[in-house]
Design a protein around this ligand. Structure first.
Ligand code: HEM
Length: 281
């Protein structure tokens, strides 16, 4: 038999090699769209890093939002075990994003300066997913919706999130449903405002921590939230440190004072009572 005249179909360790008729890896993941979405504007080699670092961060933020929306529903339904699993996942995603700054930190000031004129006024400050993440965790700021007016879909998502109770608001409502005393004003708070520390909530969490055996699920919830906030703080810190390393104290492309604005954001506390109560333990 002449192999050249009658070639055998290609074979490699039994792997399926013919995808003319069936869905492949790239089809499933929409890789043609994802991998053709990198369009450097400058002639500089390093812009690809800058673009991919932002795009991958946005993908991870998308997953965090997906998880946190489910977390909020589960807490609302007093169904904590799945919420624990998801909160752990979100904290690990955030940890991973903290380490991702190491990659971006390989960009030097002259490398960034070569790109900066091409960025115009665009900045992570305008990330609607990041703003949604802040909102779902309770750091509401109605003023920032204006940034998204040109994108009705993003604006509507943020508007809805602004008015919804945050993950932490749901945790506070669960405290009350569990028989702990929470002030009615806190339970009927204006959800469009950022979380404000409340004495009754602090006292309720304190009871949880002082009798963990009795309140084990709430105790576990509290610690999962502390894990998440801690990871988020590290992310903010690595952002500002990387920014200082790359642009020093120049203003940001988004128009703020740059590193000093980001330093102020380090003071944001998402779950204030969970940190305050520790002094009393
Ligand atoms: C060389 C890299 C980077 C520089 C120099 C930089 C710089 C800045 C600056 C100066 C701001 C303040 C707003 C402004 O005036 O622009 C900012 C905000 C922001 N950046 Fe970056 N950034 C960098 C990378 C990233 C990456 C990789 C992400 C990931 C998504 C990111 C996400 C954000 C977000 C979400 C904000 C808004 C923070 C807030 O309002 O609290 N940045 N950035």
């Amino acid at each position: 038999m002449d192999d050249q005249a009658n070639p055998k179909p290609a074979e490699w360790h039994g792997a399926k090699l013919d995808f003319k008729e069936s869905m492949s890896y790239g089809d499933y993941l929409g890789l043609d769209r994802i991998l053709s979405a990198q369009h450097p504007l400058s002639p500089n080699h390093n812009e690809m890093l800058f673009i991919i670092q932002h795009q991958t961060s946005e993908l991870w933020i998308k997953l965090m939002l997906h998880e946190l929306q489910a977390v909020r529903r589960h807490i609302k339904d007093s169904n904590l075990p799945p919420a624990f699993k998801m909160l752990a996942r979100v904290a690990r995603i955030m940890d991973q994003l903290v380490h991702a700054w190491d990659v971006l930190a390989t960009m030097t000031p002259p490398e960034y300066t070569a790109i900066r004129p091409y960025l115009g006024a665009s900045s992570g400050f305008q990330s609607f997913q990041y703003r949604e993440l802040e909102f779902i965790l309770g750091n509401k700021n109605a003023n920032l919706l204006a940034v998204h007016e040109k994108s009705p879909e993003a604006h509507a998502i943020l508007e809805r999130e602004l008015h919804a109770p945050s993950v932490y608001d749901e945790a506070v409502m669960l405290l009350a449903r569990s028989g702990l005393a929470v002030a009615p004003e806190r339970l009927n708070a204006d959800w469009t405002r950022p979380t404000v520390a409340d004495e009754s909530v602090k006292a309720a969490w304190l009871q949880v921590y002082q009798d963990t055996e009795h309140h084990w699920a709430l105790y576990e919830l509290a610690e999962k939230l502390v894990d998440l906030e801690t990871a988020f703080r590290f992310w903010r810190f690595r952002h500002v440190s990387t920014v200082e390393r790359i642009i020093g104290f120049k203003t940001g492309t988004g128009g703020t004072t740059g590193a000093s604005y980001l330093r102020k954001m380090l003071d944001v506390v998402l779950f204030p009572e969970l940190f305050a109560l520790r002094t009393a333990l």
